[in-house]
Ligand binder design. Structure first.
Ligand SMILES: CC(C)(COP(=O)(O)OP(=O)(O)OC[C@H]1O[C@@H](n2cnc3c(N)ncnc32)[C@H](O)[C@@H]1OP(=O)(O)O)[C@@H](O)C(=O)NCCC(=O)NCCS
Length: 120
């Protein structure tokens, strides 16, 4: 988070990853510290990753997988223009067993969605 006057004291609020996969595609993942949830940062983050992927990286297809019960993350993806492609069975094993996920993706030439940034 911006500690505006002293960047050296800035405290990370989470992490995000963008992974390139063959050919012309990329995947994104992100997690924020619990105390900043609901502030709109995830929307900003996904918008930045999306614009970086489709801009400088020249990616054509951007993918994200999200647990079927993760309504907040699904909302963030949909707001950024991602479309639901289908259910991935037993995508990963959580503490309580295997979990299904929803596969979302956005193509570079999909019609633009509204801004992913709250208030934007
Ligand atoms: C998913 C995560 C990144 C969302 O972060 P966030 O800062 O709360 O996201 P934002 O504030 O940008 O937006 C959340 C949106 O989901 C909505 N939302 C939150 N909880 C919700 C719920 N239980 N049901 C439906 N919508 C919900 C919010 O209202 C908001 O929608 P809005 O923009 O229309 O108001 C955060 O919860 C997180 O890090 N979770 C743990 C890791 C994780 O799940 N990562 C994603 C893996 S794909």
């Amino acid at each position: 988070r911006a500690d505006a006057d002293d960047p050296a004291r800035a405290v990370p609020i989470g992490n995000a990853a963008l992974g390139l996969v063959p050919y012309g595609a990329a995947t994104i993942g992100y997690a924020l510290r619990r105390d900043v949830w609901g502030s709109g940062y995830a929307g900003e983050l996904v918008a930045l990753l999306r614009d970086f992927a489709f801009g400088p990286l020249g990616v054509h297809r951007l993918e994200a997988r999200v647990d079927v019960d993760n309504a907040a993350s699904i909302r963030v993806l949909v707001r950024a223009g991602f479309r639901l492609e289908g259910r991935v069975r037993h995508d990963y094993r959580g503490p309580d067993g295997w979990r299904d996920a929803q596969q979302y993706a956005l193509l570079a030439d999909d019609p633009p969605a509204g801004s992913a940034v709250k208030g934007g």
